[in-house]
Design a protein around this ligand. Sequence first.
Ligand SMILES: Nc1ncnc2c1ncn2[C@@H]1O[C@H](COP(=O)(O)OP(=O)(O)OP(=O)(O)O)[C@@H](O)[C@H]1O
Ligand SMILES: [Zn+2]
Ligand SMILES: [Zn+2]
Length: 807
Amino acid sequence: MNQMAQIIVDVPTMQTNQPYTYAIPAQLTDQITPGMRVVVPFGNGSRKVQGFVVGLSEQTSFTGELKSIDSVLELHPVLNEELLKLAQWLAEETFAFQITCMYTMLPNVMRTKTKRFLHLIDEVDEQTFLELFNGQDEILFEPEQLNQSTVSKLLKLKREGKVEMTYQVSNRAKAKTMLGVTPKLSFEKYEEIRSVLPHNAHAQNKLLSYLQSILTTTVKLSEATKQSGLTTGTFTTGEHKGWLAKVPVEVYRSPNSVNRRETVTEEPFKLNTSQAAAVQQITQAVSAQKPTTFLLEGVTGSGKTEVYLQSIAHTLAAGKTAIMLVPEISLTPQMVTRVTQRFGSAVAVLHSGLSNGEKYDEWRRIEKGEAQVVVGARSAVFAPLKNIGLIIMDEEHETSYKQDETPRYHARNVALWRSQYHGAPVVLGSATPSLESRARAQKGVYQQLMLPERINHQPLPQVTVVDMRKELKQHAESNFSTQLLDALTKRIARGEQSILMLNRRGYSSFIMCRDCGFVLKCPNCDISLTLHMDTHTMKCHYCGHEEPIPHQCPNCHSDKIRYYGTGTQKVQAELEQKLPDAKVLRMDVDTTRRKGMHEKLLQQFGNHEADILLGTQMIAKGLDFPNVTLVGVLNADTGLGLPDFRASEHTFQLLTQVSGRAGRADKKGEVIVQTFNPDHYAIKLAQTQDFERFFKLEMALRHRGGYPPYYFTVQVLTSHEEEAQAAKKMLAITNWLKQKLAPDSIILGPTPQAIARVNRRYYYQIVIKYKQDPNLQPSLSEMMQGTQKLGGQGFQISIDPEPQHFM
Ligand SMILES: Nc1ncnc2c1ncn2[C@@H]1O[C@H](COP(=O)(O)OP(=O)(O)OP(=O)(O)O)[C@@H](O)[C@H]1O
Ligand SMILES: [Zn+2]
Ligand SMILES: [Zn+2]
């Protein structure tokens, strides 16, 4: 009987968003399984495309002649049955193509065209060795070159566990190359030079001795400076004089070798009463395989992490696996260390700091079942773990859990889907849950767990709100109120540390002419360029356009073109001037762009190498430094003016989170919040960190305005290079949808986006608000089917379910 395979081909169009049937060649019968990637002919000509096998069958209703599978891309399935189903659901849920969803679940090296190798890992008979492997242990695997009988033999070897496939990761070596120094001269030659060196050339003298001590070796520059106590400048001098050479050295490093502990080194804490109650409820659900969703609401510093860790321990003891999601920015070494110290080599870590090769290595450890706990940011929710017993999502309110590009999924929804599939509970944790989640807990859809007190029994830090309108009347423009400066001075005197946050939401540092008001804008987009002092350029944060800083106004030629807005660099400069003794570390996108800098800065601060950590939002979350007793927020309200109904919620969350960084150990904490809106409810309630009252008030406002969580929302976005075309198309879509949707669904718009032109395209949007609308999903799908054909006319249309930003 002929076997057939259902295949989703890698042709992302609406028409191909369903499986196509292909015949399985006789030689591959019973060897092709769902989840495998194959090469198939597609369309008329001889075009070959990749595809995922999603099903097998013995018959088909298709009566024409079936095309058949050419070859396989791997010898094993890359997606398991669960992930295949998840991809199908995700595609519907996010209006994306199934093929896009499948690729989203795979590590990068498996998405792109990468060379594949086959390795023999066990003995095979002589004939196979010579025929298939040319007498080598490793061969290049080129599916297009292989005939089906060879593929069939290889598949068999794979099933017998004798062969393994790997992907070439080209950037691997590059990511791990560092600069090293190597002496160029002999011991005697260095003595000779020393004898004619001026007496006061101490550094050079020291360098000569050091080079003599490392003759015939190469030492990493970073180590050489440490060992010798000399600066890199001195080594450069030595290079110019021909004493030494700088050479690249390769450093081999397994992923997070710094953090991965083979042995478990940390003992669990004895839980307090509320922690124990939470762990008990969660572990009961794990044992009963109940897909309960818990909302763990615990004030900052209440020990949520410990609840996660002990629940995971229980899950592992029951022979199951666990996923712990954290926002990218709080995936700090602190966090990773806490997990790896508890679970040792059972942990796999997935985050954007890893190279593609390292990510793939971690992914493979998970897939092979070598790791049972996965800690990672958003996309780790797709980790190919089997037998999941528990899924945790820390800081569940974070908007970074929603992906900004297709597929526009929210990790929380994916977690809930997997929870149902595995019969595993989900724990959503936060000090400031999203309104959506808190409302579900209210209705009993989620089960609420509370940690109302800090571990140290200290009250939450005292928060003082400073009215900057009054401050500005008293003294010249400054980023610092008298009160905040006093508080900082006191901390420095006492040897305690402070965290200062500059809220960058809705803020930018731009250049404006004081004579004519001209603002430098991006030529491609409709927004002002942002000043970057370290590269001395003006940059567009939307399209990446970059140009030099103008010294003359391009409009009126005045030279009074100045820098506006407050950036962290400017604050740092003022801080250095007002508190010359303070050691300040600055943490923002500029100082953390280089790999590893984020970790390094936090480590320096943890080692008390600085008095003040000055940063943007990235310092608000998760940090746990016992010596920090003061948190200052320089500008609490810049985000409040954003045209977004979540502006208050985000401001409240940010202030509460950052306030929570103070006074986490024995010493009492203090928080000073500077604002121009001291009476705004989000700021007042953040002052008392009263989430429950904020929730009630904000819910009433959302109810009145008809916003989520009272309504669900979907955004439809149309763009075109010509503004009129974009507007016309959006209007046509709106009118068409009006006929289709339920009467109580509301369409807002069409309106141009707040930033109407991005990268030379104009954007128009509508937002659909609905409660229950069975017509919505099919109508939007139908719309996408229809508009796919418009691609050629320069239109782009996208759908964003539950958009996080309404701009
Ligand atoms: N039962 C316990 N006994 C002693 N110390 C504990 C206990 N549980 C947690 N801790 C410690 O208390 C501190 C705060 O805990 P943790 O960082 O988990 O708080 P959190 O609720 O996640 O706070 P945030 O939301 O502010 O990040 C940590 O240093 C942690 O090691
Ligand atoms: Zn731009
Ligand atoms: Zn001008």
